[in-house]
Design a protein around this ligand. Structure first.
Ligand code: HEC
Length: 228
């Protein structure tokens, strides 16, 4: 019996190979020949609707998915490809922890990385912080606040790279999170560019405008309307 099954299987394989070699000659517009119709439930499977209740198994009479749904949650701890989760809380303790973990950016300041950082800064940061990091971007001017980040004596000039990375990743007060727009590597490269800007600008120029909110040391909460 076993031998016979084996023989049959070999025949089927041979037939399959023959069909595969001749399939190339078939007229492309015609549907392919149905081979072994008793096993082609894959061919005629009915796709379940994502948001419909789970189909019922013909075998068990129970829903295919125990929770009765078609869409299933990914297993706990699943992360998207190329995504590394950040294990820092979204508060000052998290910022401090990020600063301790990353006193320096884990990315080298090569010309390519700096160029990429400059591109990111010009794309995402300039509207508020201005090209030179003076904080006098168009949005900031309209909103009436100013957060300079391009000077060695600004807060950003004194904080560790990890602290800045945390601010860009999670946002802070009126500063939005850029985690969904800028991947982690590019965020680090933006910080490299920011460091280059700070070196270039050195200390902040003496403020000529009388606006108190324009000084780097102004308390953030007082300068920013609370519209989180
Ligand atoms: C929509 C306007 C806006 C954009 C765009 C923006 N920021 Fe900010 N940023 C702010 C505001 C407002 C603050 C002050 C946050 C606070 O009150 O803590 C801030 C604060 C900061 C600080 C801390 C400065 C300090 O002294 O408190 C850093 C560093 C910073 N931003 C970096 C960036 C970088 C890098 C980008 C681009 C990826 C960026 N920001 C884009 C509005 C913006």
């Amino acid at each position: 019996m076993q031998m016979a099954m084996k023989g049959l299987r070999l025949h089927l394989l041979a037939l399959g190979a023959l069909l595969a070699t001749t399939a190339g000659c078939a007229v492309e517009r015609e549907p392919n020949m149905e081979f072994a119709p008793w096993i082609n439930h894959m061919m005629f499977s009915s796709a379940a609707e994502s948001y419909a209740p789970s189909p019922v198994s013909a075998k068990t009479g129970k829903p295919v998915f125990a929770n009765g749904r078609v869409n299933q949650l990914p297993p706990l701890g699943t992360i998207p490809r190329d995504f590394a989760p950040l294990h820092f809380s979204n508060d000052e303790a998290g910022r401090v922890a990020a600063a301790a973990t990353f006193p320096k950016a884990p990315v080298e300041a090569t010309p390519e990385n700096l160029a990429r950082g400059a591109w990111g800064f010009a794309t995402f940061c300039v509207p508020c912080h201005a090209a030179d990091g003076s904080g006098a971007g168009l949005v900031a001017k309209k909103a009436g606040w100013n957060f300079p980040i391009g000077y060695t004596d600004s807060n950003a000039g004194k904080w560790a790279d990890g602290y800045l990375f945390h601010i860009v990743s999670y946002g802070r007060n009126n500063m939005p999170s850029y985690a969904s727009q800028i991947n982690q590597l590019d965020r680090w490269k933006i910080i490299l560019h920011l460091r280059a800007l700070q070196q270039q600008n050195g200390a902040a120029p003496v403020a000529v405008e009388p606006a108190a909110a324009a000084t780097p040391s102004a308390p953030a909460a007082a300068a920013v309307p609370a519209t989180k």
